[in-house]
Design a protein around this ligand. Structure first.
Ligand code: ZN
Length: 448
């Protein structure tokens, strides 16, 4: 049935060579810099302090003349000024039609404003991403992420409506049995959740006496809000556990847009889908130097809004550390691809080497079915710098015999050392003992 639909949401944008897209981006960038300078009290003062004239920013390369905006700076913009959205509110309350916020789990929340135009642009861009991830008008979609305040809530419902599928706004609050019962009642064939929740639900379905492959009709899955799908063992666990045709990753950031990248049918890296909305740069997280978008380059993603009216950010540090590809994809899209390896704020520095807990999980996951794929790094004190030897808890499956554990410990230790230069104390824990998350997995725990 899906064959009746066109392959691309926006064929021209998705298949035009990147150099031609850059012309469009630079035109929008020049307008946006003028707009920001003239309408944002925050950036007006910052540009003056930094000695940046908006007219100096003509090309994508020129962006490096502007210092980064980070989360603490963004947070400070809410403290001053007479506007509800603070000093970086660049549209009047009359023009702003919706306000979302960050979760506020790591400090006071920050707010994101949207004008009517911003909402239209978002809907189109998010729909483009979900279309790439395989959602079609004939689908019944169970959407199980937070709907309250979260940019992954109502904006996603708007975008799915734009696609025209039948969306079930389940949200994140209902229990797993209700979620599964509704999916079963409605014969839902698509679901969108974090990878942690998609894994958790497999176990929940089994606990309810349901066979996830037979008793539910899920065919397609799209993931978001945390890394995980780039790890082959997790994708396979979800795909096989649910008996899916496709399981694709998406990436977004509240400050910019809910979804900005999505995987195509190759399921190998996410296409950067919104070059008309955002310029993405790659930087060295330690030095701030710009890294060329060459094939297999790695760095932190930094974003600049080029078509945003309400609360636009310039060179905003995402703290997502990614690997990128530039080669042509078989799907025909010419846009670059990215895969997030981990969050720079989750990263630990052990013996001078950067280690991402997600990369550790990926390495350990290769030993399935001996292990379950759940791990936790235990530290004496908060990172990133780790002084002593960290403990790595690895969950082993119930079928493992005591006598096999030493051999497994050696093999895991060897892979971690050779691939990541990471040599933790490996501690095996029994199946089910690492806490399952319904939202995002906590891969690091601090214990005195
Ligand atoms: Zn592709």
């Amino acid at each position: 049935m899906t064959n009746e639909y066109p392959k691309y949401w926006d064929k021209e944008l998705e298949t035009t060579p990147p150099e031609e897209i850059e012309e469009l981006q630079e035109k929008k960038l020049r307008n946006q810099m003028e707009y920001v300078y003239n309408n944002s009290k925050f950036y007006h003062e910052k540009f003056n302090e930094w000695g940046v004239d908006p007219g100096d920013i003509q090309t994508i390369e020129d962006l490096s003349k502007i210092p980064f905006t980070d989360k603490p700076m963004e947070r400070n913009t809410f403290e001053g000024g007479e506007n509800p959205l603070g000093e970086n509110q660049t549209a009047s309350v009359e023009d702003i039609v919706r306000i979302h916020s960050s979760s506020g789990t790591t400090g006071p929340p920050v707010y994101f404003g949207l004008t009517e135009g911003d909402i239209k642009t978002w809907s189109n861009c998010i729909a483009r991403c979900f279309w790439t991830a395989g959602v079609r008008p004939s689908d019944v979609v169970m959407y199980g992420m937070g709907l309250s305040m979260f940019v992954g809530g109502i904006p996603v419902l708007d975008a799915l409506r734009e696609i025209g599928c039948a969306t079930v706004p389940a949200g994140a609050g209902m229990g797993s049995s209700r979620f599964l019962n509704i999916a079963k009642d409605l014969n839902a064939n698509v679901f969108g959740l974090t990878p942690s929740f998609a894994r958790y639900l497999i176990e929940s379905a089994e606990d309810m006496g349901l066979d996830p492959r037979e008793d539910l009709n899920f065919e397609k899955y799209f993931a978001g809000a945390e890394p995980g799908m780039g790890e082959e063992h997790i994708r396979r666990e979800i795909k096989e556990g649910w008996g899916l045709e496709s399981a694709r990753e998406t990436l977004g950031i509240g400050e910019m847009v809910t979804v900005l990248a999505a995987e195509c049918e190759q399921e190998y890296g996410m296409h950067f889908m919104v070059p008309d909305l955002i310029i993405a740069e790659l930087i060295d997280p330690d030095t701030g130097e710009v890294i060329e978008w060459e094939d297999e380059a790695e760095g932190e993603l930094v974003y600049t809004a080029i078509d945003r009216r309400a609360t636009p950010l310039v060179r905003f540090r995402s703290h997502d550390y990614a690997k990128v590809w530039r080669d042509d994809c078989e799907c025909g899209r010419t846009t670059h691809k990215v895969r997030v390896i981990g969050r720079t704020d989750d990263m630990i520095i052990y013996k001078g080497v950067n280690v991402f807990p997600t990369a550790v999980r990926e390495m350990v996951g290769q030993f399935k079915p001996k292990v379950t794929g759940y791990i936790q790094v235990v530290l004496d004190e908060p990172g990133p710098k780790v002084e002593g030897t960290p403990t790595l808890e690895v969950e082993v499956s119930d079928d493992m015999k005591e006598s096999e554990l030493e051999d497994l410990r050696k093999k895991i230790g060897k892979v971690l050392q050779s691939e990541l230069l990471f040599t933790p104390e490996i501690e095996f824990v029994s199946q089910g003992s690492i806490e399952r998350s319904k939202y995002k997995a906590d891969l690091v725990r601090v214990e005195d």
